[in-house]
Design a protein around this ligand. Structure first.
Ligand code: ADP
Ligand code: GLC
Length: 475
């Protein structure tokens, strides 16, 4: 089967990224193309994109897009067909996609309503003869796309709402209902009303034909109050159309064989030692035991606050840690004080650095992901690929991708990492103790690394699941 999919999102690699959402949106088109699905990605033309789209062709003009005009430009980048929505009054700003120096943009509800509005128009009318069979909306920023299709007409297109993170719900006050072009009849708790206001994510969840999330475990977790964050009832109500499809990673980009320096593979792992030495030299650390890395947003979700309590014992046992991340100022400070407290064992780089993240996965022995919740998570999969053993909280996609090195799993030759529960400092300390013991046993460690590196973490299986989902909607 074949067809056309309009993917709607606020981020897409290589154009704009704040997290894994961008990786996934950027990877799906190439993963689905061989299966016959022609996917185009609709994203806002933020300031940084405007020079790029200058040479692209204008394919749409919208007169009234919340206070100004909008134009859509079609172009190709890195093999992706991008539809960039240029509405300078909404997107041409200094700062990130969601926030400027003063915090979140106050008109975020309208900014992403505009994106969703255009998606629904394309669903109805097509764009220059390209009429999508499916509109695939990602996270709350695209949540109103299925809603506009339901309330204003979506032609024959089916709709899919994918939850990458239910913590972000796109809440807006009820007074915006009319401004957001939503019918009064939808303002009830069975539709998009949420805590007295409007939730763009809930709107998508109640109106989309299908709901997916990015791992099977998270799909089940979302139905429970601890993880559903208020929307568990909605997910339960729609359980018959909810599916968890695990993310893959782009194995061309995340490939230890293809790194410019110190390349290595499962069969020829020697380069990893050289990469480790280079990394230690770069950061001025000397670590006799396992060298752990963290590459993460520094937020509550990621459990970064557990490190100050859990690490001292690990460091005393010979371990070391290099942290790369940005996020909450308090957590950034906590990481920096760890580095001061343990010079030569802990190093911290506050910032976002793609190149450095590759060097960390190459040279690290283990990657720590102590998340409180994790819809899928990508860094544990980069860890598998690079033989950088994942030490992860057993939640969401982390639980679905890492096989704990229990005696039984080790004996079977199936283990790929260390998992722990619950997400607290004690369980993390115990996991790190197990890591130290595994690392000290050279034969076991070599086997673990080999197992990790030979796990399939690409998109093949998941792309087939998405294709089957689309097929079910167009049949
Ligand atoms: P989330 O989307 O919740 O942040 P994921 O694990 O799905 O978590 O994706 C995070 C992505 O962002 C990964 O590609 C990771 O390598 C990258 N990343 C996070 N922080 C940094 C950083 N400081 N520098 C470079 N890459 C980072
Ligand atoms: C979100 C989640 C993360 C997931 C990513 C891509 O950012 O926090 O777990 O991997 O989306 O789906």
């Amino acid at each position: 089967m074949s067809g056309r999919v309009l993917s709607v999102a606020s981020e897409c690699v290589p154009l704009v990224k704040t997290g894994g959402l961008a990786d996934v949106v950027g990877a799906l088109p190439a993963a689905l193309a061989p299966l016959g699905w022609d996917m185009r990605v609709l994203i806002p033309a933020y300031r940084a994109l405007r020079p790029l789209i200058e040479g692209w062709s204008e394919v749409w003009w919208e007169e009234d897009l919340w206070g100004g005009e909008g134009r859509v430009y079609l172009g190709e980048i890195a093999g992706l067909q991008i539809l960039a929505l240029d509405a300078p009054h909404l997107y041409d700003r200094a700062g990130g996609p969601y926030a400027g120096a003063g915090g979140d943009w106050p008109d975020n509800p309208q900014r992403f309503a505009a994106l969703s509005w255009i998606a629904a128009r394309f669903a109805r009318e097509g764009v220059e003869g390209w009429l999508p069979d499916i509109v695939h909306a990602h996270d709350w920023q695209a949540g109103l796309a299925p809603a506009y299709m339901a309330y204003h007409g979506g032609g024959t297109a089916g709709s899919v709402m994918t939850v990458h993170n239910i913590a972000f719900q796109g809440w807006a006050p009820a007074t915006l209902l009319t401004d957001l072009r939503l019918p009064g009849s939808a303002f009830n708790s069975h539709a998009l009303e949420y805590y007295g206001g409007i939730s763009a994510l809930k709107a998508g969840l109640v109106t989309a034909d299908r709901i997916t999330t990015v791992s099977p475990t998270y799909a089940a977790e979302l139905m429970r109050p601890e993880f559903g964050m208020g929307l568990q009832g909605v997910i339960v109500e729609r359980a018959s159309v909810v599916e968890g499809i695990l993310n893959g990673v782009d194995t061309a980009v995340w490939s230890p064989e293809a790194e410019p320096a110190h390349a290595y593979s499962a069969k020829a792992p020697a380069g990893k030692l050289a990469a480790r030495a280079a990394l230690c030299a770069e950061f001025g650390v000397d670590v006799p035991g396992p060298l752990a890395i963290v590459v993460s947003r520094l937020t509550d979700q990621k459990g970064i606050d557990l490190l100050p309590e859990a690490l001292p014992e690990f460091i005393a046992a010979g371990g070391g840690v290099i942290v790369l991340g940005t996020g909450h100022a308090e957590l950034e400070g906590a990481m920096q004080s760890l580095a001061h407290r343990f010079p030569g064992r802990v190093a911290v780089k506050i910032g976002y650095d793609e190149g450095l993240s590759h060097r960390l996965f190459q040279g690290g022995d283990a990657v720590l992901v102590p998340s409180r919740f994790e819809p899928c998570g990508l860094t544990q999969m980069y860890g598998l690929r690079y033989g950088t053993i994942p030490v992860v909280a057993a939640v969401g996609g982390l639980a679905d991708t890492v096989i704990n090195a229990s005696p039984a799993a080790l004996a079977r030759g199936a283990a790929t990492g260390v998992t722990f529960a619950p997400t607290d400092a004690l369980a993390l300390s115990q996991a790190l103790r197990r890591l130290v013991a595994l690392h000290a046993d050279r034969k076991t460690w070599a086997k673990l690394v080999k197992n990790a590196m030979t796990q399939p973490v690409g998109w093949e299986t998941s792309a087939q699941a998405y294709a089957a989902l689309y097929e079910g909607l167009t049949a």
